[in-house]
Design a protein around this ligand. Structure first.
Ligand code: FES
Length: 168
């Protein structure tokens, strides 16, 4: 039988604020395996999908058998194991980021790439999504390009980086 989960199971976490957000939720739920769906919701919202390393992290922190986690993920349509697009651009639209200009960034992305949140380019190179808060409000506005968190993002800089990211 597995030992009861402890804070050690979720710490230290990598610098990615989204993992810290998930860790905080797990801790708040007192490592209860029953909190799986809520924790998965937080992860799906923060990443736009459920990356494998994040699922492994949640599985370990909640001391759950991997099969239970994967069957839960595949049962609910809300969860997705794959990112939309080869490259991803996730714009945080939580309050702090919104106040600091997240909408202007989204508008520029739509103008330049003809993509709205939830859409993916026809060549599947770029997927755009939004998150409510990824736990890095002090760095607002925050955009995550692939797995890289862009702090205090400017519209021009984000468009330039996306162009580089999707360049052939
Ligand atoms: S509101 Fe964007 S990181 Fe919290």
């Amino acid at each position: 039988m597995n030992a009861a989960p402890t804070v050690k199971d979720i710490e230290p976490v990598k610098a990615d604020p989204r993992l810290k957000l998930i860790a905080a939720k797990i801790k708040k739920e007192n490592f209860k395996p029953d909190s799986l769906i809520e924790v998965l919701h937080i992860a799906q919202n923060a990443y736009g999908y459920l990356p494998m390393n994040v699922l492994k992290y949640i599985t370990k922190a909640l001391h759950l058998p991997p099969a239970r986690v994967y069957s839960t993920v595949s049962f609910y349509h809300f969860f997705s194991l794959k990112s939309k697009g080869d490259h991803t651009c996730l714009v945080c639209t939580g309050t702090a980021c919104y106040v600091k200009g997240a909408q202007a960034i989204l508008n520029e992305i739509e103008k330049t790439f003809s993509l709205r949140p939830g859409q993916v380019s026809t060549d599947n190179k770029l997927g755009v999504s939004v998150a409510r808060c990824i736990g890095a409000c002090g760095l607002a506005p925050v955009v995550v390009l692939d797995e890289e968190v862009q702090a205090r993002a400017s519209t021009t800089e984000i468009v330039e980086k996306i162009n580089k990211m999707v360049a052939p």
